[in-house]
Design a protein around this ligand. Structure first.
Ligand code: SF4
Length: 397
């Protein structure tokens, strides 16, 4: 498999690679012709395009559900600590992201395009691209500073409208009431870049790489003990083994994702979903053999508990208790593992957002993937390995 290295435009950006044909990271931003809403809906449907945030919602269905004049919201908060892909796009190819947002705005006859971005370098790059295109009148690049849960789209909308940046609950869709109370087409940064490519290449050209089930390419944030953190553009259908080259358990999807011991998986959302695995924010990570996996899982669980925005009891108390049990286990202390398993089954579905569901999935799948290590800890005394803090957490990166 051939790889090419891209030189990131910003100093602190991790190394960026391309496997096969570069699309998102091709360097030159292709000319993006104007398309109407009907064309975009049909093209997104033909390409099987799924949103590139966490939920993987079909883009065609979302585009078809908004009416003329809807606001366009680009979610560039990238609040998943292990994810770098959106910042790579915003920093390296801001014009492609902006062209995708303007494409959708043209199709919907939108009055406003809002880009909500947490990273200062990305803000500057997008503002420069907007200025270059003379789009300043209807493009607003907003520097947001929400936490992990604040990147959830409803929380983001609340923050943009000067309300506390917390989720509302599951029933208010941005397509019905979004920024400023107006219907809003909201999606992740990469979704807009993919829409720009779809308009530029047409559905057939777009589908000339990837698989029939999921045409095109995707960005993956990869963390391995040997190579550290990198961002890789791959065609769909690429095997995870070729990307990370290990038989150790893999974390797929990030801190709301799942650990798996399966080694024969391909990067293709429909197939992963059929295997019970969400692609989430497009993160793949493995741990070094020299670290204590139970300690690593406990460390992230404690961080996830701290990211609860404190409005739903099962999330606030349940995640804290899970993190406490795991921390005790990791230290080799006696812990109530039956109670831990019970709590992991109780918190999903009990919050106003999917944070407890994702956190419980991360922990439960991790304990399953590292069952042997878990039983050593359950017998008391731990596994003797230090916790190397191999998985990145929040804060400046
Ligand atoms: S489930 Fe947790 S993170 Fe989500 S809104 Fe409730 S308290 Fe906040």
């Amino acid at each position: 498999m051939s790889t090419a290295t891209i030189t990131p435009s910003a100093q602190a950006t991790p190394p960026v690679y391309v496997v096969g044909t570069a699309r998102l990271l091709a360097g030159d931003t292709p000319a993006v012709p104007a398309r109407d809403q009907r064309w975009l809906v049909e093209a997104a449907r033909a390409a099987g395009l799924l949103g590139r945030g966490g939920a993987a919602f079909p883009v065609a269905a979302k585009l078809a559900s908004v009416g003329r004049g809807a606001t366009v919201l680009v979610n560039g908060s990238e609040s998943e600590p292990a994810s770098w892909k959106d910042r790579v796009l915003m920093r390296c190819v801001p014009g492609l992201v902006l062209d995708g947002a303007l494409l959708v705005a043209g199709a919907l006859h939108s009055r406003e395009v809002v880009l909500a971005v947490a990273d200062a370098s990305s803000v500057a790059a997008l503002q420069a691209a907007s200025h270059q295109r003379g789009a300043g009148g209807r493009v607003r690049v907003v520097h947001t500073e929400n936490g992990f849960v604040g990147g959830e789209v409803q929380a983001l909308v609340n923050g943009l409208d000067q309300r506390p940046a917390v989720p509302n609950g599951r029933r208010v869709l941005p397509t019905v009431r979004g920024v400023g109370g107006r219907p809003t087409f909201a999606s992740n940064v990469e979704t807009f870049a993919q829409l720009a490519l779809l308009a530029a290449h047409g559905p057939e050209g777009f589908a000339s790489v990837g698989t029939a089930a999921e045409p095109g390419t995707t960005l993956v944030s990869v963390h391995t003990p040997d190579h550290g953190t990198s961002v890789v553009e791959v065609p769909h259908g690429t095997t995870l083994a070729s990307l990370v080259g290990t038989s150790r358990p893999l974390l797929i999807g990030g801190y709301h994702g799942s650990w798996t011991a399966a080694t024969d998986l391909r990067i293709e959302r429909p197939a992963l979903r059929a295997a019970g695995i969400g692609w989430g924010a497009g993160v793949v990570a493995t741990l070094p053999e020299t670290t204590c996996p139970i300690g690593e899982i406990a460390r992230v669980a404690a961080w996830l508990a701290g990211e609860s925005v404190g409005q739903c009891g099962p999330c606030v108390f349940g995640l804290a208790a899970i993190a406490g049990d795991l921390t005790a286990l990791a230290r080799g202390q006696r812990a109530d593992t039956a109670g831990l398993r019970r709590r992991l089954g109780l918190v999903p579905g009990r919050g106003a957002c999917s944070h407890p569901d994702g956190a419980a999935r991360f922990v439960a799948s991790g304990l399953q993937a590292y069952a042997e290590d878990l039983s050593r800890h359950e017998r008391g005394g731990g596994c003797g390995r230090p916790v190397l803090s191999a998985l990145p957490l929040g804060g400046p990166r």
